[in-house]
Design a binder for this molecule. Structure first.
Ligand code: SF4
Length: 274
């Protein structure tokens, strides 16, 4: 299964950008984020204009530092400007719909809403009617219920982003995790990409990259999330870009069958398990 963020990244590719072989062209959208170059303390931007193999310094008891990892990926892929949705609510809906399905199916489901993709419609719609709209996304009966539950959560805050943002992150995350159909990855994706909270998103790509690089991130969502957040400034824009970089890298180079040639991390990667 692709995770929510990577699938919405796919949406960005299909609607906003173009992939040709290993070359990637992304049109900046400029929503929800701001420039990143100063977000990591000591970030020099020295690799920013380079697009070649970089020998990365290994620090932290022999492991690749998160800063070097970020630098190398940023140098290769640049600013990615996630998330490709027209509104925070559409992003929330997409994050649910993309569970266990490819983005193309989500796109068709979202298109079925037409101009009805808003919280009021989802709340008042009959469950069966809502399920029919989102049928292309698969698991449509479950997901219809999930969308209603998520929208009921959003109703507590009057469907208002600033109202949500006034609440503490731990409380919001706990509320989302208590909402039907919302797991950690979906909750963090919503908090980060819809509301701009510093909630680092972990997905299967993150786990795979950590393993192949032999980063001591441990296993499981919480351990890997902690590995990054303990080494990075608390910064939503940084988390936004870092996760996007990991996803694009996993899709262009560090695939299930990796394409290690010309990999920006190739000089330092242990290729564990490859
Ligand atoms: S060298 Fe290969 S295994 Fe290592 S990060 Fe690059 S693509 Fe992945």
């Amino acid at each position: 299964m692709s995770n929510a963020a990577q699938n919405l990244y796919d949406a960005g590719l299909s609607t906003k950008s173009r992939v040709s072989g290993q070359k990637l062209s992304i049109r900046a959208q400029g929503r929800f984020i701001r420039p990143l170059s100063a977000h990591i303390e000591g970030f020099s931007g020295r690799f920013a204009q380079q697009n070649k193999k970089i020998r990365l310094n290994r620090v932290d008891k022999g492991t690749l530092s998160t800063r070097c990892l970020y630098d190398a990926l940023h140098a290769r892929y640049g600013e990615l400007h996630w998330w490709p949705a027209d509104s925070p609510y559409e992003m929330m809906v997409g994050a649910v719909l993309t569970q266990n399905t490819a983005w193309g199916n989500v796109g068709r489901a979202i298109a079925n809403f037409g101009d009805r993709l808003n919280p009021a419609f989802v709340l008042q719609a009959e469950l069966a009617a809502l399920a029919e709209i989102i049928r292309p996304a698969g698991f449509f009966n479950q997901k219809a219920a999930y969308l209603k539950a998520l929208t009921q959560w959003y109703a507590r805050y009057d469907f208002d982003v600033p109202t949500v943002r006034r609440e503490p992150l731990p409380r919001l995350r706990a509320e989302l995790l208590a909402t039907r159909g919302i797991g950690k990855e979906t909750a963090d994706s919503i908090l980060l990409y819809a509301f701009g909270f510093p909630s680092f998103v972990v997905d299967a790509y993150t786990s795979r990259l950590c393993a192949r690089l032999s980063l001591p991130a441990g296993n499981g969502y919480d351990a890997i999330q902690a590995y990054f957040t303990e080494r990075l400034p608390v910064d939503a824009a940084l988390y936004n870009q870092f996760h996007a970089l990991i996803v694009i890298h996993a899709k262009t180079h560090c695939r299930k069958r990796p394409l290690c040639g010309d990999c920006p991390l190739g000089e330092s990667c242990e290729r564990k398990g490859v």
